[in-house]
Design a protein around this ligand. Sequence first.
Ligand SMILES: [Zn+2]
Length: 355
Amino acid sequence: MEIITHVSVTRRSKDAADAVAGIQLLKRWAKKALIKTGSLRAAARLSPPAAVILTYHSVRDEPETDADWIGPGITHATKVFARHMELIARQFNPVSLEEILLFLEGRKKLPRWAVAVTFDDGFLDNLEVAAPVLERFSIPAAFYLTVGLMGQPDAPWYSRVRHAFMTTHCKTWRSSRLHRTWDISDPSARDSALVGAYEMCAPLVADTQQSAVSAIERELEVESALPRHRFMMNWEEAKALSSAGHVVGSHTVTHPNIAHVSQDAALRAELFESKRQMEEHLHGPVTHFSYPHPALKPQWSDRTLAMTREAGYTAAVTTTSGPVRMGANPLLLSRINAPRPDHEFLWNLERAFSE
Ligand SMILES: [Zn+2]
């Protein structure tokens, strides 16, 4: 009886999985057809002028090498990134964040299919791997730095948390901070616990954030290790990007979700102090900001909006998905993701223009 039940459940779930796979195949075919026939482009032509801003993080030759630290969600293989840039250069019009600002001020017309490229977090591979590709296709970009990590051997806090969960031998995670025990005995349970850990740390800044991450490492019996090599840029490397004509902006000091940082002094430190340090090291004004979004919603609020303005930023990008059209608030610019396969990438771009 037990076995028969198991077989029928297995068959049912196989049928369900086949149905889902069939629907996905159909969707993929439909997307490819819409791109190929130019239907999305035709729809976009009827929409008012827009720019679309793409979000990237890390670009690596071998993304799997450091996958315990930097997850696939924020990594693009170099060849995939190069293909994306080639598509942008050939089928769209690359523009800078500055051109988008001028457009919003009514001082500049945007070319049709205007696309901007941005990078969050300040990974060293942005300079070593992505910048040469951008140069090959003459694409201007914006790089947002996590100031507290500049030149440091440490990984970002979310990478340390990921590393702890990916390398632990424990089957449960007993969080002293959350007073809760999580099952992490299989990959799906572990992923849920990892999200729980991200959500726990996302409102924390500076030392509080570091002690929470160290506690997770202790609880998972993982040594507080450093990555094999430095992940993050130093000031000289950031300067090289700025000298190459790219925008370099702030991504806070310690990468919290600032909408959830309750203390005003801590929020001010993330917005004002990151800007001050960048201006001191880069010897020029820093007016661009990118909202970190490690976990939790929302990522901005009226309070953060007012404080970015008070700090002197003139542009801020979010992870809210959509195009930028006339009337958009320059301190709350939407962006879109850059899925890996060509047809998904083109679909996301063309759909954003037709929204
Ligand atoms: Zn970030």
